[in-house]
Design a protein around this ligand. Structure first.
Ligand code: ADP
Ligand code: MG
Length: 225
């Protein structure tokens, strides 16, 4: 089995007006292709930061990151964007939907960027899978937090990425909808071998992963159950 994610000795500090804040303090993480990994940790422990650095959206202070065999170190922003487009579906904690586009247009965007056809019908199909076919023509401001979260998920899944990185993907959903979304993610893992890295507070979600890692004091530790 090859590693789809390989992170070694990762450090990340943010410069602030006072003194720099060190958030990641020597993180090592290897994830095999097809694995399901949950990342837990208290609020402010750096989970979102880790996902941003792992997907090349934030630069690390030091340390090496390799995604699908491609190093993110010493690459241009464009090259990192290529790696994301080709390999990763990201669900952000704050969704990052484009406000001037409808749900369907948001979901269709990655298909259009990839220069593929049928973006409209594929987007509708994805919206159906997350239970939002009736909301296709609504704008993000017309949707609840949970609905926006599902649009963001549909957008992350539409190009069938080999790696899904999701920041609290069920955080805004009621139990039943959360269960449905969880099933969708785990079905993809089973049928397509999609690798899942899920930041979560949801014990049910974590318990369905093969490994749970706790981010504490800037490092990842295996959580025993
Ligand atoms: P979590 O997702 O686990 O709640 P975050 O990764 O969002 O944690 O944040 C970890 C720490 O880094 C927090 O103390 C937060 O205030 C700080 N932080 C996050 N982003 C920035 C930033 N852009 N500039 C300065 N500090 C930041
Ligand atoms: Mg967070």
């Amino acid at each position: 089995m090859t590693d789809i994610v390989s992170i070694t000795d990762l450090y990340k500090s943010y410069d602030t007006a006072s003194s720099p804040v060190t958030v990641l303090n020597g993180v090592d993480l290897s994830v095999q292709s097809g694995e399901r990994v949950a990342i837990i940790g208290p609020s402010g422990s750096g989970k979102t930061t880790l996902l941003l650095v792992l997907t090349g959206l934030e630069a690390p202070s030091s340390g090496s990151i390799t995604i699908a065999g491609q190093s993110l170190n010493d690459t241009s922003g464009d090259q990192r964007a290529d790696v994301r487009r080709e390999h990763i579906g990201i669900v952000f904690q704050s969704f990052h939907l484009i406000p001037s586009l409808t749900a369907r247009e948001n979901v269709a965007l990655p298909v259009e960027i990839a220069g593929q056809h049928n973006s409209r019908s594929r987007a509708l199909d994805m919206l159906q899978q997350v239970g939002l076919q009736d909301r296709a023509d609504h704008y993000p401001s017309q949707l609840s937090g949970g609905e926006q979260q599902r649009v963001a998920l549909a957008r992350a899944l539409i190009n069938e990425p080999e790696l899904i990185v999701a920041d609290e993907p069920t955080g805004n959903l009621d139990d039943q909808t959360g269960e449905h979304i969880m099933q969708l993610l785990f079905d993809l893992n089973k049928s397509a071998g999609t690798t899942l890295i899920l930041v979560t507070h949801d014990n049910d979600l974590a318990s369905q992963c093969e490994r749970t890692l706790r981010l504490q004091a800037g490092r990842l530790q295996q959580q025993t159950r």
